[in-house]
Design a protein around this ligand. Structure first.
Ligand code: ZN
Length: 453
């Protein structure tokens, strides 16, 4: 089983599954008020690689990642542009999925929207108020962090030192500087929902704790996101669960920052600021490769030169895939798969896994140069297997051209499977079959081949 660095423990620990063979994973999704940024891209790629690797290892992954569709920033943008908050949220949710789809990131099993959960949030808050763990002020309802044993777990700091770094702003009615809003009472020009404390809306930290527990249940396996979210967002999610007497995530994984540096952008690549810009300039797989070549907890440099370097490596991998396309089918080299597994199980050491991959390519090329297809074939099969395991789709230049109609059915079928609608998925397979396409289910989703080839 994989070992991952647990932010709460401050060390690596084996992922212990609540339910044998099944992984329950939550990663905080975007607040949809603008184009996704480069850091979002890293986060989704890191968790996509983790999810794909776990699935490749034979585990069933239930991956929940939310859409925060009500928030100060959404409201501000809506008011500035004279639009509704939901209009803004819909626009940028579409921008989000456009970008993450381009990155080849698998859609979450479920992507709950905060606005669909407000009633349950009100229920949680009412329970915390009744238990004396939260209190009402003139502008909202706050959680009393003094009522939470172990507050500071994810900050890796005791309550006292956190408290000394915080202060109550003038005009605030909080009892302690670390207390945070569960409910925000309505201000003019804001969308609102009813509550026992008057109309208002939930605080961000309340959204994720309610959605994750609802969709994954108590004691789910792993909660993750960018390191910036560890404190206060994740700390405060956890605080509410603890105050409510619930077991929250058993493990915590956080990915490091993106550094874009002050480097001058190259002429060939142009300038990029957001993820959307970047994806117009480079092959999205180059960004995946940049992410894979750095350890997920370390900072990663996303610059013209790191992206161009990755694009060159990608070309090299595809040249290799074309070179080995006609080799006889072989079973992937077992030792190579073991070494890959050992690297990935060691706190998702993707740089080591990528070095392993590069070594396999070199060894297979050497064998081919010597005319030894028997030695090259299992190595090439391992390259194919490993690139798929980390979500790098290489083209060997002879894929069947898939007509748009067929591609649309394939996408529909992947959606049905993600939603566990197997009746719909089977019906779509029959339709594809009738159109002359053989359907193969892979961890990467539905693949189709013309039946006559
Ligand atoms: Zn969250």
């Amino acid at each position: 089983m994989i070992r991952l660095h647990d932010t709460a423990l401050g060390r690596a620990a084996e992922l212990e599954l609540r339910d044998a063979g099944k992984v329950s994973l939550y990663a905080c999704g975007p607040t949809v008020y603008g184009d996704p940024h480069i850091g979002h891209g890293r986060m989704v790629l890191v968790f996509d690689v983790l999810r794909r690797y776990l699935e490749w290892s034979g585990l069933e992954v239930r991956f929940v990642s939310n859409i925060t569709d009500i928030d100060d920033k959404i409201i501000r943008r809506a008011n500035e542009e004279g639009r509704t908050s939901s209009d803004v949220a819909l626009q940028y949710e579409a921008a989000w999925y456009h970008a993450v789809d381009e990155l080849g990131v698998k859609r979450p099993t479920v992507d709950p929207h905060a606005t669909a959960y407000v009633e349950q949030m009100v229920e949680l808050i009412a329970g915390l108020v009744a238990a004396g763990k939260a209190y009402e002020t003139s502008d909202g309802v706050y959680l009393s962090v003094d009522a939470v044993p172990g507050y500071g777990l994810l900050a890796r700091q005791p309550l006292e030192s956190l408290r000394s770094g915080a202060r109550v702003e003038v005009g605030e009615e909080k009892k302690s500087p670390l207390d945070f809003a569960l409910w925000k009472k309505a201000k003019p020009g804001e969308p609102t929902w009813p509550s026992p404390w008057g109309d208002g809306r939930p605080g961000w930290h309340t959204e994720c704790v309610v959605m994750s527990l609802d969709l994954l249940g108590e004691g789910f396996d792993l909660h993750g996101g960018g390191i910036d979210l560890a404190f206060p967002h994740h700390e405060n999610e956890r605080a509410q669960a603890v105050a409510d007497g619930k077991q929250f995530a058993r493990r915590w994984a956080h990915n490091g920052h993106v550094q874009m540096g002050g480097e001058k952008m190259s002429k060939s690549l142009g300038n990029f600021r957001t993820l959307t810009d970047l994806l117009e300039l480079v092959d999205p797989r180059a960004y995946r490769l940049v992410v894979l070549q750095s350890h997920y907890r370390a900072p990663v440099e996303v610059t013209a030169s790191t992206l161009e370097d990755a694009a060159r490596r990608l070309n090299g991998l595809e040249a290799f895939a074309r070179r080995v396309a006609d080799l006889p089918r072989a079973t992937a080299d077992a030792d190579a798969l073991d070494r890959f597994r050992a690297a990935m199980d060691d706190d998702l050491d993707t740089p080591r896994a990528m070095a392993e991959l590069a070594g396999l390519v070199r060894a297979a090329n050497t064998a081919l140069d010597a005319g030894d297809a028997v030695v090259a074939a299992p190595l090439a099969a391992a390259v194919d297997e490993l690139t798929r395991a980390v979500g790098l789709q290489l083209s060997d230049g002879r894929e069947d051209a898939v007509p748009a109609e067929v591609a649309a059915l394939v996408a529909e079928r992947d959606q049905a499977r993600a939603g566990r609608d197997f009746a719909a998925s089977d019906a779509l397979r029959d339709r594809l079959d009738a159109l002359g396409w053989r359907v193969e289910d892979t961890p990467q989703g539905t693949r189709v081949h013309r039946k006559d080839t």
